[in-house]
Structures are given as structure tokens and as C-alpha cells.
Ligand binder design. Structure first.
Ligand code: FES
Length: 107
């Protein structure tokens, strides 16, 4: 069963931006790509950097600590095909962004 957790208000995440937030007991990185919101595990798999505080260009997020890059729509690391970062299902309801904390794909 999917359990949805409030992550942020949609208004806090304009198109082209990223946001770090806490949902339930997880740190989640939210990204708005042309009006579609994606959610990744907020902890970078390299050394634990805050992915939600990184830069977003198109659908590519760059970790602010050492520059690892991920496609936020899939979790795919941009240079290591074997590394897919965990992502979460997202729904928007009445201006609120919710995430399903069960990881959609395992890192
Ligand atoms: S912690 Fe994210 S690239 Fe190093």
C-alpha cells in the first residue's frame, strides 16, 4: 500500500528549481521540470551531499558537493550506467506536493 507524505507546497517549487525537504523520516529532493515535479532520495549516493540544494538544468540535477549528475525523471547517474538513484512517486493535490516514501527504484 502506498503511503503519501506531505513534502512541500507546490508554490515553493517554481519550474526549473530544486528544493530539499523532509517527508516522514526521509530527506527528499524535489525538482520541477517544466511544471512536472520529480522526487529523488535527497541524500547523494556519493558522500551524502544534499541533492535538493543542487542546480537543476533541464532534467539534470547536479549535486552541490562534487558535481555528480542525475536525471531526475529516472534517477540515472549521468556517467555510471549501473547507478540509478532512488526516486519516489509524486502527486500534487490542491497545491500540496506529496511523495510515496517506498522507494520506486533502489539505489
Ligand atoms: S556528495 Fe554528491 S557528488 Fe559527492
Amino acid at each position: 500500500m502506498t503511503t503519501w507524505h506531505l513534502a512541500a507546497a507546490e508554490s515553493e517549487l517554481p519550474p526549473g528549481t530544486a528544493k530539499e525537504c523532509v517527508a516522514g523520516d526521509r530527506i527528499v529532493a524535489l525538482f520541477n521540470v517544466d511544471g512536472v515535479i520529480h522526487a529523488l532520495d535527497g541524500i547523494c549516493p556519493h558522500q551524502g551531499g544534499p541533492l535538493g540544494k543542487g542546480k537543476l538544468q533541464g532534467c539534470i540535477a547536479t549535486c552541490p558537493w562534487h558535481g555528480w549528475q542525475f536525471d531526475v525523471s529516472t534517477g540515472q547517474h549521468q556517467t555510471s550506467k549501473s547507478l540509478i538513484h532512488g526516486k519516489f512517486l509524486v502527486k500534487v493535490d490542491e497545491g500540496q506536493v506529496f511523495v510515496a516514501l517506498e522507494s520506486e527504484s533502489k539505489p
